[in-house]
Design a protein around this ligand. Sequence first.
Ligand code: ATP
Ligand code: MG
Length: 442
Amino acid sequence: MPKIPSGHPDALGPITQGPAASSSPSAADPAPRKPKSSRPARRPASAPSDRPPGEPWVRPVVASTATPSQRFTFDLKPREIARHLDRFVIGQTEAKKVLGVALCDHFQHVRMTQEGMEAPFYQKQNVLLLGPTGVGKTHLIRSAAELIGVPFVKADATKFSETGYVGGDVDDLVRDLVRRAGGSVQRAEHGIIYLDEVDKLATRGDGAGRDVSGRGVQTNLLKLMEDGDVPVVSPNDMNAQIQNAMSAMRGNASAQPETINTRHILFIVSGAFAGLDQRIRSRMLGEAAAAGSADSRGALSRISRLDPDALLAEAVTADFIQYGLEPEFVGRLPVRVACHGLDEDDLFNVLRRSESSLVRQYERAFAAYGIEAVFTDGGLRSLARMAGRENTGARGLMTVCERVFRDLKFALPSARVRRFEVTGELVADPRAALRRLLKAGR
Ligand SMILES: Nc1ncnc2c1ncn2[C@@H]1O[C@H](COP(=O)(O)OP(=O)(O)OP(=O)(O)O)[C@@H](O)[C@H]1O
Ligand SMILES: [Mg+2]
């Protein structure tokens, strides 16, 4: 089984090799991630005059301002990113493809810029991910950021207010990146900012009411999403301001820039956009009826039968604007992809195949007391079926597991049981299974 990269937020080494862990069907043929150091050294940036003709979009600059230690290295291809994501995230094939391309485009651009090849008219490909709760939106971005090795900040859009006096200020997101980058402004300047729950910023949505503050936050984000400068020290942070002034008076001004430029920071936003599917259906029905073609009745009935996943995949800019996002905000999110809901089979695979599976967490929890928990396929299938009924995507797995294993986790550490199997029977009635185990272990 391939190893999860150390440092991955979900890295929990397999403790026991139960059937679930050992018989994994090649975990979506994951190519073990090459350690960065073993990659072939990238060829040095070609001198401006070496470049072949026919690349007019590249404006050579005389020298890169980044020192070698600060220079960003990136040599991944979209398929490599998608394959890495396969190890942790089940399904979401389209999202993996779209993210792979968007991330490669962006970070190849950053690398080339740092190597002295500027693209003055480059337009950032910020990403909008939509889809129901618990289907892997955050998981995808977190796993990709870990692979690329760039600083990554995640926040909920709802915590920001227009003025910054209540909640937080959107500029804080950028400053957070510096913290994540170990204090390096240069590293922070090519990080990823992930903003969840952007649908809650909608201002005119029928259900959402008129939220003026949401519009203000969208407006504040506009500049950052394109090319803005954010002071490294927050103007609201009096303590830091005083320390900075004192340091400057003592002549200790650091070599760090005073502002963080957001030109190369990639923004990825996501939201569940509840109700958007029905709006899309209405729009499509209206368009089909207006077209009045010979088979418009067939088209109408086909549209009426589309499920929410298929409808979200048809979202266009006008749908988001009608939902209540500002046109300028949606316009700065040119890459859009819908994540699909997870059915029972997906949830089974989340448990059985994903390297970040909850199964590892439970194996580990029992292994801490010297107990081997062996998950059978029947057990995993029952857990997946129960989680599917929760309607919260893979989050339902945690809810179900917590309920199923509660008594076992309480009683087994003090008992003599050294091994037990998680079967469909145990999942259906954990208390009866516990009684049997305790009786047999006596
Ligand atoms: N497709 C998936 N494959 C593997 N694990 C998943 C998948 N989807 C969700 N999970 C698991 O469920 C947890 C929650 O998923 P995640 O945070 O990505 O949900 P989300 O789509 O961002 O939901 P929300 O809209 O509520 O923020 C993850 O930590 C991961 O363990
Ligand atoms: Mg999320």
